[in-house]
Structure formats: structure tokens, C-alpha cells
Write a protein that binds this ligand. Structure first.
Ligand SMILES: NC(=O)c1ccc[n+]([C@@H]2O[C@H](COP(=O)([O-])OP(=O)(O)OC[C@H]3O[C@@H](n4cnc5c(N)ncnc54)[C@H](OP(=O)(O)O)[C@@H]3O)[C@@H](O)[C@H]2O)c1
Length: 333
């Protein structure tokens, strides 16, 4: 039998394994696949630092999300939401809504565990909190290493990456990838290792569209997840220096109206049409349900052009406090 025939025979089976959910699944470069839309679970900052979950708000959001057709959930050690994500998954598998293999769960290695010998124990702690025996994607959260006292750890992320590939080989995660790496750092990784990241997770929204980085990832077969997909759309979230647009921008309101959608929905659809996997966060049921309803319309070329014009290279998350690290990934101006 010719190779092509074999591939064609087995392709529908591979797809069938990942049926369900509202978002189409996209192939990863390691033969796995990822639902092209997910739920974020970082609660942001409060006056005292990291915002902590109130009651079971994250667990509820993940339950609503799975019921609404999400199959991809994004968490991280540092968010302190893994336990609630795990409880929701247990609930939805328990009530028969989904099977474990229908879900795609991402978590991330924090900066204080970049040493080679620290990676597997960190992932095992995350698995324990999630109540899972494997995750789908493990990401190096930042290229910057830090010690618990916030001084820089000069461990090279190339060493961390070797340990990441080792936990993948052990089956603790199906895929490995990186977050907040710039193109130079991705190229350095590619030169040093024969395991490519399956995913790059970076900030992507109307103010920060990163066309060059997206083109590089497309050429390299690296999928891209877009975090903070709303950027500065909501006045309550926008800092005074944040460029437009806001959610009431007349041109966006007009595009949304044409499709009977909301401005947040067309912002998410735009990212999705760029090939990005958006992971909006919400702990509000109506918003969780609304955000994923973006697969029944398509923007016109003119509308995409209008939305492209909002790109200002403006970062919502610039982590300036790490700018003296040798591995700081962003522009320093
Ligand atoms: N890798 C990284 O370094 C990194 C960095 C940042 C974020 N992330 C990931 O990306 C996820 C998303 O990013 P994000 O949380 O920074 O920001 P985001 O998803 O762009 O925005 C979240 C905010 O938007 C509100 N919201 C959501 N849907 C809405 C809607 N339809 N209408 C009005 N308001 C709406 C939410 O409010 P309510 O919750 O009150 O509804 C919340 O205040 C995170 O949760 C996290 O999983 C990763």
C-alpha cells in the first residue's frame, strides 16, 4: 500500500479521537493536536500581588466552559488555579460530558524551577494538583529564571529544555513548548535541540499582533497560542498609555453588528483567522459562553485589514522588572 493511502486511511481515525467541542483541532508538529480555542485561568493581579481564586470561581468557569464546548484549558503553577481546574475536569469526566482524551490541558513551569533536576518534580506537583496522570502541553512559562527570593537564576533555558523533553519522553506530558520566547530565543533552541517546541504562547491582541513572529512560527510548524487576547479593549483593564481601540470603537461596533456578534467576539475571531489559538479568561458564565461562539462567521478581507491597522506593538504584559535578566525576551526601550 502506498504511504499516502495509509495516511489517508488513518487520518480520519486520528481526527475521530479528537472529536467534540466547538473549536476545530489543529495539528502540532509532534503528531498531537490542539483545540484552536481555550479558556484562560490566570486571575490577574490584585493590590497585594497575585489575585487568588474566590471560592470555587475557577472550578465553576471550567465546568461552564466544558459544557459550552471548550476542550482546551490553560493554567500554570504560578496562577494557583490548578487545583480548581483539576476539580472541574474530574466533575465533567465523572458526569460523562467528556473523556480525558477529549480535553487538552496546558500548564507551565515557573521560573524558579529552571534547573534541570527541578523540572520533573515541578511537573509532578502540577499533576498532583490537577489530579491527572499526564497533561497535554507543558510550557516553560518564561525564558527568565529566578530564585525564590526574586534574584536571577542564570541557568540557561537550553538546559531547562532538555529536562522538558525528558518529561515528555516519560509520558508525563504529551507535548512540550515555550512561552514568552522571542524569535532569537526560538532559533537558539532550534539549533541546540532536535525537539522543536510544539507551541509558542505569547501575548497577542489588536494592539500587539506580532506578524513577524507569527510568520516565523508558521514557517517552523510551531503553533501559536495568544494570551491576553483582549489586550486593552476594556476600559477597566486599559492603562492610561494604552493605545486604542476600546470596546466601543465605532468601526469595531459596526463589524460586530454586521455578524450579530459582540466586539470581544470579533476580536477573538480575528486572532483565530490569523491562525492563533486564543485563550480568553473569564469567570463570568455569560462571557465564558459568549467568547467561544466565533465559528459561524468569517471576517472579510477589508474587515481584517481594518483590524490589522490597530497593531501598535504595544505590550500589556511587559514584565519590566525582569529586564536585567540575560534572557529578558522583550524590547528594552
Ligand atoms: N504565558 C503567559 O505568560 C501568560 C500571561 C498572561 C495570560 N496568560 C493566559 O492567557 C489567559 C488570558 O489572558 P488574560 O487573563 O491576561 O486576559 P484576557 O483574557 O484578555 O482578559 C480577561 C479579562 O476580560 C474580561 N472578559 C472576558 N470576556 C469578556 C467579554 N466577553 N466581555 C467583557 N469582558 C470580558 C474578564 O472578566 P471576567 O473574568 O470578570 O468575566 C477579565 O477581566 C490567562 O488567563 C492565562 O491563562 C498567559
Amino acid at each position: 500500500m502506498k504511504l499516502l493511502t495509509v495516511v489517508m486511511l488513518f487520518a480520519p481515525m486520528a481526527l475521530a479521537l479528537h472529536s467534540g467541542g466547538l473549536a476545530p483541532w489543529r495539528p502540532l508538529n509532534d503528531n498531537n493536536s490542539v483545540p484552536s480555542f481555550g479558556l484562560g485561568t490566570w486571575l490577574g493581579f490584585s493590590d497585594k500581588g497575585r489575585a487568588e481564586p474566590k471560592g470555587h470561581e475557577v472550578e465553576d468557569a471550567v465546568v461552564w466552559a466544558i459544557d459550552a464546548g471548550y476542550r482546551h484549558i490553560d493554567t500554570a503553577h504560578i496562577y494557583n488555579t490548578e487545583t480548581q481546574v483539576g476539580r472541574a475536569i474530574k466533575k465533567k469526566i465523572g458526569d460523562g460530558t467528556v473523556k480525558r482524551e477529549d480535553l487538552f490541558v496546558t500548564t507551565k513551569l515557573w521560573n524558579d524551577a529552571h534547573a534541570r533536576e527541578a523540572v520533573e518534580p515541578a511537573l509532578r506537583r502540577s499533576l498532583q494538583k490537577l489530579g491527572l496522570d499526564y497533561i497535554d502541553l507543558y510550557l516553560i512559562h518564561w525564558p527568565v529564571g529566578t530564585h525564590a527570593n526574586n534574584t536571577f537564576d542564570d541557568v540557561d533555558y537550553l538546559d531547562t529544555w532538555q529536562a522538558m523533553t525528558a518529561v515528555r519522553d516519560k509520558g508525563l506530558t504529551r507535548s512540550v513548548g515555550v512561552s514568552n520566547f522571542n524569535q532569537k530565543q526560538l532559533e537558539r533552541l532550534a539549533q541546540a535541540s532536535n525537539v522543536k517546541p510544539a507551541m509558542l504562547q505569547v501575548e497577542l491582541n489588536l494592539n500587539l499582533q506580532q506578524p513577524a513572529l507569527l510568520a516565523y512560527c508558521r514557517a517552523q510548524g510551531i503553533q501559536v497560542t495568544g494570551y491576553t487576547p483582549f489586550g486593552s479593549l476594556f476600559p477597566s483593564k486599559a492603562t492610561p498609555d494604552a493605545p486604542p481601540p476600546r470596546v466601543d470603537d465605532p468601526s469595531l461596533v459596526a463589524i460586530a453588528g454586521k455578524y450579530n456578534k459582540t466586539v470581544p467576539q470579533i476580536a477573538l475571531r480575528y486572532l483565530w483567522e490569523l491562525g492563533v489559538t486564543p485563550i480568553p479568561k473569564s469567570v463570568t458564565r455569560s462571557r465564558v459562553e459568549q467568547n467561544i461562539q466565533i465559528f459561524d462567521f468569517e471576517l472579510s478581507a477589508e474587515e481584517r485589514q481594518k483590524m490589522a491597522s490597530f497593531d501598535r506593538g504595544y505590550r500589556t504584559i511587559d514584565v519590566k522588572w525582569w529586564r536585567d535578566s540575560p534572557h529578558y525576551p522583550f524590547e528594552k526601550n
